[in-house]
Design a protein around this ligand. Structure first.
Ligand code: MN
Length: 290
């Protein structure tokens, strides 16, 4: 069994809310198909998230809240409020645009926003949006797992997945918990509240625990009520190029997507939102041409 690697998250800000960015890491650009993981908040009230219309390609966005309420609108015409315990899953394919904002200015924002890289087979395909108001819950002793994507302990998420994946929220009381894993997957854990110990390694909020593969279970010890996200999947077989809100394979592709967004091309469509459209930054490869 591989040793637990602990990687510090880096602080960032998204739409006015502080986030701890666990992925990507230079050392782990993907964990399964997961390529981006922001732990958002918990922010002191009054917290307001305002992320204006912006584009995506080649990925799925996963929104998961512990507290707060967010309105999602996208260029497919979707308009969906998401509440704690629900899943918003947007598939970008060749291109989509969306906006997200909290529905009221008071209260706490706490959750996770993640991206899943799409494989070659689907990444040039049509965009899609799914909202799942109810997800399967698995009782594992005194732990309760909500299955966001893939399967865990025999329960399967209704969410679309294009690559072998698992994503689950673990809600654990004090004690020792054993969570069954697919040993062919690589896995990682991010703590959203509380703290836990894996193989003697202490993991708290702000740290990404990379577990590697070849584990048939995750054994965690918890000293106080703890929420954590388990992410994993079959190691992603394709080398990804990520920049801004795009996941592709080459900088040329990312450039094309950037130009399309800046020119207001039909590729991304229009989003109904009172917020301002977010312009693309200048990519590093244009600032420092080789
Ligand atoms: Mn987005």
């Amino acid at each position: 069994m591989p040793e637990v690697e602990r990687w510090p998250s880096r602080f960032a800000e998204v739409g006015g809310v502080g986030v701890e960015r666990a992925l990507p890491k230079r050392e782990h650009r993907t964990v399964g198909p997961w390529c981006f993981l922001d732990h958002m908040g918990p922010s002191a009230p009054p917290a307001e998230m305002r992320v204006g219309p912006h584009p995506h390609i080649g990925l799925q966005t996963v929104t998961w809240l512990l507290e707060g309420e967010v309105l999602h609108t996208d260029s497919l015409g979707s308009e969906q409020v998401i509440r704690p315990g629900q899943l918003n899953l947007m598939t970008a394919g060749a291109g989509v645009a969306h906006a997200e904002q909290s529905t009221h200015a008071s209260g706490v924002m706490h959750g996770a926003q993640l991206w899943v890289a799409q494989p070659e087979a689907t990444r040039h395909g049509p965009a899609a949006f799914e909202h799942h108001a109810e997800l399967p819950l698995v009782e594992l002793g005194t732990a309760r797992a909500t299955v966001l994507l893939g399967s865990l302990a025999g329960a399967s998420s209704p969410g679309r997945s294009d690559w072998p994946i698992v994503g689950a929220d673990l809600d654990m009381g004090g004690g020792r918990h054993a969570i069954p894993l697919d040993p062919t997957f690589e896995h990682g854990v991010v703590v959203l509240s509380g703290s836990l110990t894996i193989d003697g390694a202490h993991v708290a909020s702000g740290v990404f625990a990379y577990l590697g593969s070849d584990r048939s279970e995750l054994v965690v010890t918890v000293h106080r009520p703890t929420r954590a996200m388990l992410v994993g999947g079959a190691p992603f077989a394709e080398e990804v190029a990520m920049w801004w809100n795009f996941v592709g394979r080459t900088t040329e592709e990312l450039d094309q997507a950037r130009t399309a967004w800046e020119e207001g091309s039909d590729r991304f469509g229009a989003v109904r939102s009172p917020l301002d459209r977010i312009p693309a930054p200048v990519p590093w490869w244009q600032l420092h041409p080789r």
